[in-house]
Write a protein that binds this ligand. Sequence first.
Ligand code: SF4
Length: 294
Amino acid sequence: MEWIQAKTILSGYAENNNWFGVNYNMNLYKGCNHGCIYCDSRSDCYRVENFDQVRGKENVLLILERELRSKRKTGVVGTGAMSDPYNPYEKEHQLTRSALELINRHGFGTSIATKSNLIVRDIDLLKKIAEHSPVLVKMTVTTADDSLCRIIEPNVSPSSDRLNAIRRLSEEGIFAGILMMPILPFIEDTEDNIKSIVELAHQSGARFIYPAFGMTLRQNQRDWYYGKLDQLFPGLKEKYLAAYGNAYECRSPRAKELWRCFRSGCDQYGILYRMGDIIRGYKEAYQVDQLSFF
Ligand code: SF4
């Protein structure tokens, strides 16, 4: 892994962020080598050259400590939007683990998106943070089928390991659930897949599933994805071109039926799926505690 220097790490404060109620964002690594064929972060607009090459930000912990100390408001620090914080190098270099130590020490909460079961290594720290601040773990699961998962998300833990990680986190009292997106049109958009994910989520103790029945495609990401379709699913690119042309939003033609079966499964098991409910679910206890001081 190469090292680069960071200038800043935390984004500005967002009061009522409607994306999981995250107040600050950070990326400890640049690029990701998990190889998901649909990855949006390789789009031109993000300007990450050689996306598949992971670069660690060498001075990031010094900067993070300084920035956490200087913030007037604590809040939830999100990570995992542009690269997976639990890439294979994290095992050795522990930037994410060290950042969580700082987040804990300075009284912030955290919201982590990942596809790697390496996150269970940090359960001890997540529990410490949860003693004073909200903690949310979003594990991306797009298919219940490990063999399909190894084709479309080849370099990271298969879905079954991710669900096991959710089970471990949930058993330890961490608010964990599933980011069920994207659901790739003509590949993953079957009722069987959606029902199986909901069932497995229930068995793993997932508190929520946040879904999207389709995908988005932007400049550069689209070329990469279509190249992968030609290689892995011959003939499918033509189906995409006929259905979506150059559209950004590529909604599954079965989105309505999928939503119905998803919602009825979640309702049956008491799994949250609306953003407002998920945010309330992982933050509410802390807001009540804060109010009780006054
Ligand atoms: S884990 Fe996330 S950032 Fe990494 S390749 Fe997959 S979609 Fe992209």
